[in-house]
Design a protein around this ligand. Structure first.
Ligand code: ADP
Length: 333
């Protein structure tokens, strides 16, 4: 190098963006195989496959990539299988500059968790066939002190004993930790104390079907009210419900607010909920108000639907700012 030293941005008179928030994401890494059909066949009938794809996916991995693309610094804790998909997923995560893969482990002699996803144009929806594989469980070693030492911890694990254990700890030895929980696995494993575990998070995110399953209520208004009633005296402060193209609903102890979504030409909604959760995690980590946080989450969810795959269309800061109609420094500043 020449003797001329490179000036740091501040010396050059440019403003350097603040470093992104530090977020620990603990959960599931999966590989997705897509079949695109014009319409779903009835049982016993057939559908012509118009397109196939094999892509990185997984709820927590999708959220981690969404966060990294908008500038968060993500520590990803997940379990891969000992196979080609596991190696491809690891390479995909390592290729994201904002993701630290030091806690991405491999389970020997186990296949990587995977999904076969059938995407249909009519109706515009997708159906998931889950090939369960490697996943973090209670006996795996997790450095919880280091995990809780982030601006926010996102917990998205499928193993109920692990979820119960992690949600029980902050109250005892890391009371300043902020914990965001997802509902997908919490309700799908049908644990009898799912609501009690849900109340241990600081905030809970999921779709309308999940919050209805969590509470046993048949409509979203009643389900939201049931969670708000249960929040009294509990750790949980906020419930955020994603609602597809309509946007989302934020329920706190004091009020319930609907935040409209952004119109987008949706190609595949796989991973929209994971991108949405990334927006919630980002806003919480930055301590934004709920309206600003929900708008970012709606923008990420909408933009994620633009292409086939859970990670393909995840936007960068510029794309988010363009959708929100404001300069990047204003949106993320
Ligand atoms: P999930 O995939 O978990 O069921 P949703 O379908 O509710 O989650 O999508 C998550 C978020 O993504 C929504 O709250 C919304 O902000 C955004 N989103 C999803 N689908 C669309 C769509 N068709 N148009 C605009 N935004 C969408």
């Amino acid at each position: 190098m020449s003797g001329v030293e490179r000036a740091e941005p501040s010396q050059r008179g440019e403003s350097s963006p603040a470093p992104g928030p530090r977020i620990a994401a603990v959960g599931l890494a999966s590989w997705d195989r897509f079949l695109v059909v014009g319409h779903y066949p009835s049982a016993g009938e057939y559908a012509v496959v118009a397109e196939e794809a094999s892509l990185p996916g997984g709820t927590t991995t999708n959220t981690a990539v969404a966060l990294a693309r908008i500038g968060a610094r993500v520590s990803l804790a997940a379990m891969l299988g000992d196979d080609a998909e596991g190696r491809s997923l690891r390479a995909a995560m390592a290729a994201e500059p904002g993701i630290d893969t030091a806690w991405l482990a491999t389970r020997p002699e186990t296949r990587t968790d995977a999904s076969t996803i059938v995407v249909s144009a009519d109706p515009a929806d997708r159906t998931i066939y889950w090939h369960q594989g490697a996943a973090l469980v209670r006996r795996d070693r997790l450095d919880l002190t280091a995990i809780f030492d982030h601006d926010l911890t996102l917990l998205d694990v499928a193993d109920a004993p692990l979820r119960r254990w992690v949600t029980d700890l902050p109250a005892h030895f890391a009371p300043r930790t902020r914990l965001l929980g997802t509902m997908t696995y919490l309700v799908d494993t049908a644990e009898p104390d799912a609501l009690e575990v849900a109340l241990r998070f600081d905030a809970l995110v999921g779709n309308a079907r999940e919050v209805q399953a969590l509470t046993g209520e048949r409509d979203l208004d009643a389900a939201g009210a049931a969670v708000v009633a249960a929040m009294r005296g509990a750790n949980l402060r906020t419930l955020i419900v994603s609602r597809g193209r309509e946007g989302c609903r934020v329920c706190t102890g004091g009020e319930t607010v609907d935040v409209p979504g952004f119109p987008v030409n949706a190609v595949d909604t796989t991973g929209a909920g994971d991108a949405f959760a990334a927006g919630i995690a980002y806003g919480m980590a930055r301590r934004w108000d709920w309206n600003r946080t929900a708008r970012l989450a709606n923008a990420l969810g909408a933009l994620a639907t633009r292409a086939l795959g859970g990670q393909t269309a995840l936007p960068d800061r510029q794309e988010v700012a363009a959708l929100l109609g404001a300069p990047e420094e204003v949106v993320f500043g």
